[in-house]
Design a binder for this molecule. Sequence first.
Ligand code: IPE
Ligand code: MG
Length: 222
Amino acid sequence: MDGNGRWAKKRGMPRTYGHREGAKVCKKIVNRCIDLGIKYLTLYAFSTENWKRPQDEVDELMRLFDKYLDEIFDNRKQKARILFLGDKAPFPAPLRVKMEKLERESEEYSDRTTVMFAMNYGGRDDIVHAARRAAQLVVEGGADPGDIDEKMLDSLLYTSGAADADLIIRPGGEKRLSNFLLWQSAYAELYFSDVLWPDFDEKELDKALNEFALRSRRFGGV
Ligand code: IPE
Ligand code: MG
């Protein structure tokens, strides 16, 4: 979800205004994906690198996450499995508690859309975290280093149990992955849009899905 800051700047407003509008779009897109029956939706909300931003912007983002999670709780028609990707430890304790509670309480919707919020997420951190857990299994669990294979590492990632990414949509004009789902995107189709995130809507999502439907996917085969 990129382009909030530029969207606000174009309107002579502080960056945080863009984040507030972006959060509203996030809700719209989540609902649309649930309605479409999409099995997994991953939203890149906050990267391991985003802590470098000015403290007041980070604080505002934390406040927005807190408020947004409350709205998910209240909105019981939004029956979706909620998961968070990334280490929760650096988040303020009340936010962390809310994240854990949502994960626990949405477990009953496991057969529906799974919405994964990548928060304090980095693709490299994801792989390091999985490698560490694999090493632990070798040291403590009696596994053999030779047992570590793609299937095992995949099962130790934050996205454990979820399918690989089929389509990655990046709004905001930049053409890079910025440390998003590096392992899981091995065969993902990439879609770049110049639309800034606060202007991204259901129509833009449909455009991306329609283009995805036209792609020929061979996964290295012929
Ligand atoms: C949102 O967009 C990304 C978040 C970290 C929430 P940006 O804040 O990166 O907006 P731009 O790229 O500066 O316009
Ligand atoms: Mg950006």
